[in-house]
Design a protein. Structure first.
Length: 472
């Protein structure tokens, strides 16, 4: 029987995807390609037809990943450092493209050798086993992996180490020999998946009810049910886009002090599950929209197109991003009007555009001030820290313009169609001025950490302002 010392003299071969890092570099690079060169995705089916290794190589030709921001498993890295200090030979053996694997090895400085895929060979499963046996002989190496694809390699290895990420993997690997080391893996729980949906952001879809309330049809049950269905359709669609946005923003989110804890950026949820969730949410949104007028469906599609363009491109364009955000908020009001068969007033449209432009500026201002310690351009955005003063000017001005629109509305003949005492509505103006000014005071004090619309739905002072509005 071999001694423990003899076992540890074997080279330790370490898998990369799911083992050393809590993600998969093929999926990471695919979404990095979608972010940087989306038209190149049209070629990916042709690459895949030539083999998985060719797909990986073609993507690696076009993508540079920030290896330093990947979610490394700290326990595994610490173990490798200890083994390296003891003098053990450590080999990175992965199905990822060689260029990415070499970059990881260079970054960590722990590996003596890299065995990885290239354009002609996908080093996974039996193919990886053959490569390791050709290099070290049957049973002449230890192997650290994480998935069922690693089972044949564990069978041929002389020592088994694994990351317990999938149910039953430890049991099946133990059929060959008792593992010498089992690291805790990432189990995908419901909390991570719910967090990925960002249900707190659904609060923005309350704007779908604005048109119905502005029309004073408070007791129209059918219209309320239509708006509730519209709320479900927009919430499902919004969650799908949030997940897509998270997958496209993996690198920039990992550089952010708060966003790096998001499920996909942190590795708490695997990217393939995110892709499945996007498809399921879009299907649910389409089913809900089928019960509403066709114009609502058209606006929902427009919302999806704009938000996708925003995620892929527009959010990185100076000023275009905040105008797009303001438009998406206003689009919700339009969609709510179509769902409830309410004609939207031009006054409401103008009011909402200026108001939401101010809030979009506030959101950008909070992001810029929150990341100002980096001293450079904000990752994934078109703004520099030096733009803060301009945004601090544009934002309040946009907010006060919405109050001006409201004042003009109060002087128009339209107001008398709905109110017997329109002069009382002037009491709303100081409340509006107070609320907008307060939002910007909090932003300037760096106390506005959330999306301003979500903040308004959680803030007690905002609730009080809303109750005063309702009373007036």
């Amino acid at each position: 029987m071999e001694t423990i010392a003899a076992e540890r003299d074997r080279p330790l071969c370490v898998d990369l995807d799911g083992t050393l890092i809590a993600t998969d570099l093929l999926w990471e690079s695919y979404f990095a390609l979608a972010r940087s060169r989306p038209t190149a995705l049209l070629l990916s089916p042709a690459w895949l037809l030539k083999g998985r290794s060719r797909l990986k190589s073609e993507i690696a030709d076009r993508v540079v990943l920030d290896i330093g921001t990947l979610p490394y498993r700290e326990a595994v890295v610490d173990f490798l450092k200890a083994e390296k200090a003891r003098g053990r030979r450590i080999v990175l053996a992965t199905a990822s493209d060689r260029r990415f694997a070499q970059a990881v090895a260079d970054h960590l400085g722990l590996f003596d050798e890299v065995i990885a895929s290239d354009a002609g060979e996908n080093l996974k499963g039996l193919t990886k086993l053959a490569a390791l046996e050709a290099r070290f002989g049957r049973g002449g190496f230890a192997y650290l992996g994480d998935s069922t694809a690693d089972l044949p390699i564990w069978e041929g290895a002389g020592e088994t180490l694994l990351v317990d990420s999938q149910p039953g993997v430890v049991r099946r690997a133990s059929a060959f020999r008792e593992p010498s080391r089992v690291f805790e893996g990432t189990r995908v729980g419901p909390r991570a998946l719910i967090k990925a949906l960002r249900p707190h952001q659904w609060a923005k879809n309350i704007l779908l009810f604005v048109a119905l309330m502005a029309s004073h049809r408070f007791f129209d049950l059918a219209s309320w049910l239509s708006c509730l269905t519209a709320f479900a359709a927009f919430s499902a669609a919004a969650s799908a886009v949030y997940i897509l946005n998270d997958l496209l923003d993996l690198e920039s989110d990992r550089k952010h002090s708060r966003k790096r804890r998001r499920p996909f950026a942190s590795g708490a949820a695997p990217i393939p599950i995110g892709v499945v969730m996007i498809g399921a949410l879009l299907a649910a949104s389409a089913v809900a929209a089928a019960f509403l007028p066709a114009r609502f469906g058209a606006l929902l599609v427009l919302y999806l197109v704009l938000t996708t363009l925003y995620s892929v491109y527009l959010k990185r364009r100076l000023m275009v991003d905040v105008i797009c955000l303001a438009g998406l908020y206003t689009l919700r009001i339009l969609a709510g009007g179509e769902a409830a068969s309410v004609i939207i007033s031009p006054w409401l449209m103008a009011f909402s555009m200026f108001l939401f432009l101010s809030l979009a500026f506030a959101k950008r201002y909070a992001e810029l001030t929150g990341a100002s310690e980096s001293g450079g351009k904000i990752a994934g955005r078109g703004y520099w820290p030096s733009d803060v003063d301009l945004i601090r000017s544009f934002g309040p001005i946009s907010g006060y313009l919405c109050v001006l629109v409201f004042c003009l509305y109060l002087n128009s003949p339209d107001v008398r169609l709905y109110y017997r005492r329109p002069d009382l509505l002037w009491l709303m103006c100081p409340i509006l001025l107070y609320w907008i000014s307060r939002v910007w005071f909090l932003a300037c004090r760096e106390q506005l950490a959330d999306d301003p619309v979500v903040f308004a739905l959680r803030d007690r002072n905002s609730h009080a302002c809303g109750l005063l509005f309702a009373a007036i």
